[in-house]
Design a protein around this ligand. Structure first.
Ligand code: ADP
Ligand code: MG
Length: 279
């Protein structure tokens, strides 16, 4: 860690980590969503799973910690929200029951920020030590893409993560990706709740024929071989991109779609894995 040799800095670090811990004391479950790389639908999954929890009656918030593409506020239609500071930052409420805190609220769209690695973690640490989470059943954490240092240093700021969910696409659900993800989770000392295979297939609406656009994943098989739970597969639905842009969660706009049902089932699966009953 930065400045570990400097006792002043490391004390400041310890103090803010302790502050984050206290602020997060009343969160029942913290779930980190990770991926092997960007663009596999991690933020789409974080958003829709959170909305699913909220529809089931759980008090849920999302932490968007992806510096490269903080997309959660847009997906929930609160892109223009202003952060309010009242003895700490208040969670931004959305129309869908889920509240959100995003690193994007600190960034100015027009001025690209070029932060070096340690600065990002430090900025996020200071930010997190000032957020008032209140009482939550679930906090879903959208981590930066990959299983490298950046995702790790963000995840290490958050105490007591209950479990990690891995999102990947068929060609990406390889043994290597699963292995990397498992070792990531081990470093954090958190259990892998399971793997979600996104963009598994496309079912033609007219003929019902199934196309494996990104290859046939075998996600379930690899998960079994590696001894991690398989949480389910989500098909490709071209309407997904539009809902992300419109700021309406897919499961809210198209609850009857196969992809929406798959997401709801995955949310149930996560509850089972955690041993949580619906309120
Ligand atoms: N199952 C899917 N079907 C169709 N489009 C999808 C699906 N999952 C994600 N997308 C789209 O892919 C793009 C990338 O998704 P996003 O969640 O932002 O990825 P990540 O957070 O991993 O970078 C978005 O435009 C999203 O709408
Ligand atoms: Mg993302």
């Amino acid at each position: 860690m930065v400045g570990a040799s400097n006792p002043m800095i490391s004390r400041a670090l310890q103090e803010s980590l302790e502050r984050i811990r206290r602020k997060m004391e009343n969160i029942r479950f913290k779930i980190a969503v990770m991926s092997g790389k960007g663009g596999v639908g991690k933020s789409m999954v974080s958003t829709n799973i959170s909305v699913a929890f909220s529809l089931m009656g759980f008090k849920t918030a999302i932490l968007d910690s992806d510096f490269h593409g903080p997309s959660i506020p847009k997906m929930l239609g609160v892109e223009r929200a202003e952060l309010v500071f009242d003895n700490g930052f208040k969670l931004v409420e959305t129309k869908y029951g889920v509240s959100v805190i995003s690193i994007g609220f600190l960034l100015d769209e027009k001025t690209p920020v070029i932060w070096r690695g340690p600065m990002k973690a430090n900025a996020l640490r200071q930010f997190l030590s000032d957020v008032n989470w209140g009482e939550l059943d679930f906090l879903v954490i959208d981590l930066p893409p990959g299983t490298g240092d950046e995702a790790l240093s963000v995840a290490q700021l958050i105490p007591g993560i209950s479990g990690a969910i891995i999102v990947s696409i068929p060609s990406d659900v390889s043994r290597v990706v699963v292995e990397r993800s498992v070792s990531f989770a081990r470093k954090l000392d958190v259990p892998v709740l399971g793997i979600i295979e996104n963009m598994s297939y496309f079912k033609a609406p007219d003929t019902g024929k199934i196309y494996y656009i990104f290859g046939k994943g075998g996600g379930r098989r690899i998960a079994e071989e590696m001894n991690v739970p398989f949480l389910g597969e989500i098909p490709i639905d071209p309407r997904m991109a539009t809902t992300c842009d419109e700021g309406i969660p897919f499961i809210v706009k198209y609850p009857d779609a196969e992809a929406a049902k798959a997401i709801m089932k995955i949310a149930e699966e996560i509850l089972n894995t955690l041993g949580v009953k619906r309120p």
